[in-house]
Design a protein around this ligand. Structure first.
Ligand SMILES: Cc1ncc(COP(=O)(O)O)c(C=O)c1O
Length: 409
């Protein structure tokens, strides 16, 4: 069997103009914009039904027919995926929601949802015989890329803003990457990777600059559908930086609808959440624009959503608009407060990016954009313990050598 025949990938497609591209060769961008992976969904439907998933491994590879898996022996994996979907009644009650859920990606390898995209991108790089990868990162992607590259025996080069959370900096190095701090933002790091790839022979793993990270992120949507017995929720709140998570999930829902695996026609409203410290997508959504204007002076403690310009901006905006959702900006100063609310109410390890989502839910309820009875899912994209800077607080001391004043405890 030829490589192309061994998967259900039919072709690749330029997202900006729909042109068909060769599926079985190394691809990066088309006309400077991202590339979709397309499948022969009729053939998938003939080959399997959703009930065939029962009993498969509890990882994202259970959806193999809907992934670019050309050769099992090239898969690079830690068993990622099938993250818990946690009912969150206490946080829901605090916000005024009766049916709130958190999809907890903090429990994935390297502590964030980035492992999904990297599992797929590094698997495909491995399939194509690539031995050296590089990427700019706001934080979690660097650690994930370094870990998957180590597992595949590849070298990995990571460029990150110098104020990237310190754990992200250390983890990339501990996983064996050559990591560098850059005195700029993620876009500046991207420029360095772009320049270096000609000179150093790296393959560029940047968000949406290769076709496969989206496919990995897509599995969040496939899992959500399966975990809710193939009935999608009313609203999804997703922290948006480069946008692969949101775009990937929306793609998953379209593919499931085409396969006829969903119980009904209901599609969730997609809410793209950003901090007002860096909200280019929110601005473009509000101004009804196709593309976003790059954000100047971007700042946020939620480093993963501090992305001043996204190459797939139009894909994020399309998904949000098609779904009847919205793009919501929240106050940067309150992200820590919302993070603590989520952690203390539910015991889930909430990252600052998801803190912003909790704020967005609060705002949408206040503004009547969602209602108390809606089934709402917040994505917790990463683990709090990777953000020591955001967790920092005053901790009172107890003196072991003196009587304790129990009234103050
Ligand atoms: C914890 C976390 N949440 C959200 C995002 C944004 O993800 P996306 O690129 O899918 O918009 C990132 C990206 O770095 C992240 O690390």
């Amino acid at each position: 069997m030829s490589i192309a025949q061994s998967s259900f990938v039919s072709h690749l497609e330029g997202a900006i103009d729909g042109s068909h591209l060769e599926p079985n060769v190394v691809q990066t961008l088309h006309e400077g914009r991202p590339i979709w992976v397309r499948y022969d969904l009729e053939a998938v439907g003939r080959a399997m039904d959703r009930s065939d998933l029962i009993g498969r491994p509890s990882s994202l590879w259970r959806y193999k027919e809907l992934l670019p898996v050309f050769d099992d022996s090239k898969i690079v994996s830690f068993g990622e995926g099938m993250s818990p979907l946690l009912a969150s009644p206490r946080l829901g009650a605090s916000l005024g929601l009766n049916d709130l859920w958190v999809k907890d990606e903090s429990q994935l390898p390297t502590g964030s949802f980035k492992s999904r995209g990297m599992a797929m991108a590094v698997t495909m790089a491995n399939h194509f015989g690539i031995s050296s990868v590089a990427l700019p990162t706001a934080g979690n992607a660097g650690g994930a890329a370094a870990a998957y590259a180590a597992r595949a025996g590849m070298s990995c080069y990571v460029f990150m803003p110098e104020d990237t959370p310190i754990i992200n900096q250390y983890e990339a190095i501990a996983y064996g990457a050559k990591a560098y701090r850059v005195n700029g933002l993620i876009n500046d790091c991207g420029r360095i990777v772009n320049e270096g790839k000609q000179i150093m022979g790296w393959f560029d793993l940047s968000t949406l600059k290769e076709p496969y990270r989206i496919e990995g992120k897509k599995t969040m949507g496939l899992e959500l559908a399966e975990q809710f017995n193939w009935e999608l929720p009313d609203a999804i709140f997703y922290p948006t930086g480069g946008g692969t998570g949101l775009i990937g999930m929306w793609k998953a829902f379209q593919e499931l609808a085409a396969l006829g695996w969903l119980e009904n026609d209901k599609m969730p409203r997609m809410f793209s959440v950003q901090s007002l410290g860096c909200a280019p997508i929110v601005e473009a959504f509000n101004n009804k624009e196709k593309h976003a204007t790059p954000c100047v002076n971007a700042h946020s403690i939620a480093s993963g959503i501090r992305v001043p310009a996204a190459v797939g901006d139009f894909m994020i905006l399309d998904a949000v608009r098609q779904s009847g959702g919205s793009a919501i900006g929240v106050e940067e100063e309150r992200i820590g407060e919302w993070l603590r609310l989520g952690m203390s109410r539910e015991g889930i390890s909430i990252c600052p990016e998801t803190g912003a989502c909790i704020g967005a839910v609060e705002k949408c309820l206040e503004d009547g954009i969602i209602s108390a009875s809606d089934r709402v899912v917040i994505f917790n994209t990463g683990a709090a313990q990777k953000y020591s800077e955001a967790l920092e607080c005053e901790i009172p001391s107890v003196d072991k050598d003196n009587p304790i004043d129990w009234a103050t405890i």
